[in-house]
Design a protein around this ligand. Structure first.
Ligand SMILES: [Zn+2]
Length: 127
């Protein structure tokens, strides 16, 4: 099921507004309309990562916010099931995750330590 970063932000009480400059003041995430849909989704998930790390009193960093964003946009277990079914091919996986660019999908694959050789596309043939 595709994830919508805007809905995720709203679900934890963080409104997302459109603004000219991407930023967050820990109460609102501002997203430029000029960004593509996938860039907007990534930006919201990344900024939400900063906010959630802060709320959890964890060390906030760009790498940490990226990791939270990857986990939010591509939750581990459903994403691994998709990889098992479709193969470790970002172009195919993108059909199930329209909010994510091929780059984001590739990063999540690397983050999970999935080897493309372990997850070839599954083909089922009739007996
Ligand atoms: Zn950041």
């Amino acid at each position: 099921m595709p994830v919508d970063a805007f809905a995720l932000a709203r679900s934890v009480g963080i409104p997302v507004c459109f603004g000219s400059i991407p930023h967050t003041d820990m109460q609102v995430i501002y997203v430029p309309r000029r960004l593509s849909y996938q860039r907007q989704q990534w930006l919201v998930a990344h900024e939400l990562g900063h906010i959630l790390l802060g709320r959890a009193r964890m060390i906030d960093s760009e790498a940490g916010a990226d990791l939270v964003a990857l986990s939010l946009l591509l939750p581990r277990d459903p994403f691994l099931r998709d990889i098992y079914e479709l193969g470790c091919v970002p172009e195919r996986l993108a059909s199930r995750h329209p909010a994510c660019s091929h780059y984001v999908i590739s990063r999540r694959i690397a983050d999970l330590g999935v080897s493309s050789g372990l997850f070839a596309p599954v083909t089922v043939s009739a007996p």
